[in-house]
Every structure is written in C-alpha cells, then in structure tokens.
Design a protein around this ligand. Structure first.
Ligand SMILES: Nc1nc2c(ncn2[C@@H]2O[C@H](COP(=O)(O)OP(=O)(O)OP(=O)(O)O)[C@@H](O)[C@H]2O)c(=O)[nH]1
Ligand SMILES: [Zn+2]
Length: 377
C-alpha cells in the first residue's frame, strides 16, 4: 500500500473516533511518540460529573485550555507574562465552579462576572504540542475551541487507557488530519442533476477514502480542461444558500456563479463543506449572536475563539486536479482563495470579480469583507 494511503488508513479513522468521543462528552488521551500524554475533554460537552471523572481518572486537577483569541476576548492579553504558549492559553480550574469554567469558553455568556484570580493563570508549562492539538481536536469536532486538559506522567497513557477504556489518539495524527483527508479524497458518485439555471449539470461527490468530510463539484455545461476554466470555490452556507438569508451574500454568489458559468459555456463550482468560514454552523450562529450585539463578522469569530477565517483549500485543489483542471479563472473577490490555490499547485490565471449589490441587510457584512479581509471591491 502506498505511504499516503497507509497513513490515511490509520490517521482518518483514529481522529474521527476521537472527534466522536469529544462530541459525546467523553475523555480521550492525546499522546506523542516521546511518551508525553494528556487526558482531555471538550469544554463545551463537559459537565460537573465528567469533570469529576477527569479528576478521578487522573488523580490531578485539570486546567482549561483556551485559544489566545478567546483569552484576549475575555480581557487577558497575549502579553500576560504567565501565558505559556503562543496559540493556546491554560487556566487552572482550582476553586472555580464548573459553570465559571464553561463561561470562560462560551462567548454567548458574559465572562465579565467571573473574577479570575492571579493563581488561575498557570505558572507551570503545559506541553505545547499536546495543548495545541487538544484544542485543534475540539475545532475539528466543530465544538467551541476549548478543552479541559490534564498532563499525564510520561509513559502512563497505555495503562490508564486500558483501565478506563479510553481512546488514545496521536497529536501528530490530529495535526495532519485535514491535509491527509484532502489528499485522500476519491470520487464516490457522479450524477446528472439538471438545474433551473443550468440544465447540463453533473454533481460529482468526493469523500476521503477512509471516512471524513465530503465535498461536491458541480460541472456546469461543457468546461474545456485545455483552456483556463471558470471556477468558483463556494464555502457552504446553510443560511444563505438554502434558506435565502439576507445576512450574507452567499445565496446571490452561489446562484450568480451557476448562471455565469452557464452563460459562458461551462465552469466548475466546488461546494466545500466548510460552513461558517470553517467554524461550523453552530459556531457561526454563536458568532451571529455576537454580531447582533455589535461585533463585525471578523471580531465575532475571534470572540468565539477562532481565527477570522479557518478555511483550507487543499481539498479544492485536490478535486480540481482529479477533475483535470489545473489552470483556472477564479470567480472571487477574496485574494486569499487565489493565494491558497496557487500554493497547492493550481495556476490561477485571473481573479474574476463576483460582486452583488447589498440587499439592505448585508451592507455592513460586505463592507467588513473589504476592510477586514482585503476583498477586492
Ligand atoms: N463565521 C462566519 N461565517 C460566515 C458569516 N457570514 C458568512 N459566513 C460564511 O462565509 C462563507 C462564505 O464564503 P465565500 O462566499 O465562499 O467566500 P468569501 O470569503 O466571501 O469570498 P468570495 O469568493 O469573494 O465570495 C460561508 O462558509 C458562510 O457560511 C459570518 O458572519 N460568520
Ligand atoms: Zn452566507
């Protein structure tokens, strides 16, 4: 079996299982080849009971890991001297109620009522790679990006896992999950789906060979793979694409792209499963609550604890390669999409603007895309 396939067969099921464990509120062990390991739980799905279980299993006091973005949002700046990693910050939970700990991670509640004592900042080092990947696993699970974390004594993970029937996942596997999933995408189905706006449309479905996120390609009309092809990378937006939400411009852009491709004789629209700029629908709705209180779309993501844009375009490049289109005219206002495709080896001949007038509700959103994300007007 080639190395990539062999790795994917190990990495994808292992990380998928760990995601399922976190989503159901269970603890998992994250480990490294050098013997370091930690017991973790997702903050969002933890409860007083599961927190106590974590204490009992490890015989230690867990800490709470937040992203630096979330820590900054609750008033702890990255310059804080006791902050021990660049991307993830640890707090001691000692003496804090489970509700208070949950509020620190949950942006929809007001954290101002919680008094962080000086000794809530950890003075001991948290192993950075374990901590970073613990939080990454909560992101991959589309939960709030925060984890309860207990550092385990080196070499104790196997025994603990056996005694308590805990899943063990490698930190390296978590960090390579997204790219491994992208490179192991395979075509699983291809069917003609005549659309109102483009009767000759084929929907091609891709899935990583060993499970994981599925993405779709819409082949519209007769695109010529020997000419630079009109391509749209469209990130999933349940509210805009399906419900016709006026908060964003996604519905207009989706239908506008299909119409334009039909008019120009053909094109490929990739429908990418990365809802809410990669934070998932539940977290996007949380970000909307914060926008209703005055934050813009970029700051709202940060208040939830994410980067303003968490998307990756390796799956898009991989699908284009497999479909045979590696020279593209990219329908977008977002320079980041072009840069990312170029980094993945796709030649972007041209960025074709894709603007729609404001609908009366999304004016500030469109303005923010230009001012905060550098979208071309
Ligand atoms: N987190 C978050 N995501 C949003 C918000 N509004 C829209 N989205 C998501 O943003 C994505 C829309 O991205 P696209 O239209 O593909 O890309 P873009 O960055 O706007 O760039 P263009 O190619 O110029 O359209 C979808 O995944 C939406 O769900 C918001 O307020 N918060
Ligand atoms: Zn949208």
């Amino acid at each position: 079996m080639p190395a990539l396939e062999e790795n994917a067969a190990r990495i994808l099921p292992a990380v998928e299982r760990a995601i399922a464990e976190l989503r159901r509120g269970a603890a998992v062990i994250v480990q490294r080849p050098d013997g370091q390991s930690a017991l973790i739980q997702a903050s969002e799905t933890s409860s007083e009971e599961s927190l106590n279980e974590l204490r009992e299993i490890s015989n230690a006091e867990p800490c709470l890991l937040l992203t630096a973005r979330r820590a900054a949002a609750i008033g702890i700046s990255e310059a804080e001297p006791l902050i021990n990693t660049t991307e993830v910050i640890a707090f001691a939970l000692d003496g804090m109620s489970p509700e208070a700990a949950a509020y620190l991670a949950d942006p929809v509640h007001d954290p101002l009522g919680i008094n962080l004592r000086h000794d809530n900042f950890l003075t001991t080092e948290v192993p950075e790679i374990l901590a970073r990947n613990a939080v990454l696993l909560t992101k991959l699970a589309c939960l709030l990006p925060a984890a309860l974390f207990v550092n385990l004594p080196d070499g104790t993970d196997k025994q603990l896992a056996e005694e308590h029937n805990l899943l063990v996942v490698s930190a390296d596997d978590i960090s390579s999950y997204r790219s491994t999933a992208a490179y192991s995408l395979k075509k699983v189905a291809s069917a003609q789906v005549p659309l109102e706006m483009a009767e000759k449309t084929t929907v091609v479905a891709f899935r990583p060979k060993d499970g994981g996120t599925e993405h779709l390609a819409l082949v519209i009309g007769d695109p010529d793979p020997n000419q630079p092809t009109l391509i749209r990378l469209h990130s999933e937006c349940f509210t805009g694409d399906l419900l016709g939400s006026l908060r964003c411009d996604c519905g207009d852009q989706l239908r506008g792209a299909i119409r334009l491709m039909e008019e120009q004789g053909g094109g490929i629209l990739l429908y990418l499963s990365q809802e809410g700029r990669g934070i998932g629908l539940m977290n996007k709705l949380r970000a909307y609550e914060l926008q209703d209180r005055g934050a813009d779309t970029s700051d709202a993501n940060e208040l939830v604890g994410f980067d303003p844009d968490e998307r990756v375009y390796i799956p898009a490049a991989e699908m284009l390669r497999q479909l045979g289109y590696d020279e593209v005219r990219l329908l977008t206002n977002n320079p980041e999409k072009a840069t990312s495709l170029i980094e993945c080896g796709i030649e972007v001949i041209e960025m074709v603007p894709h603007h729609f007038p404001s609908n009366g509700h999304n004016e500030f959103y469109l303005k923010t895309k230009a001012t905060r994300f550098g979208h071309k007007l």
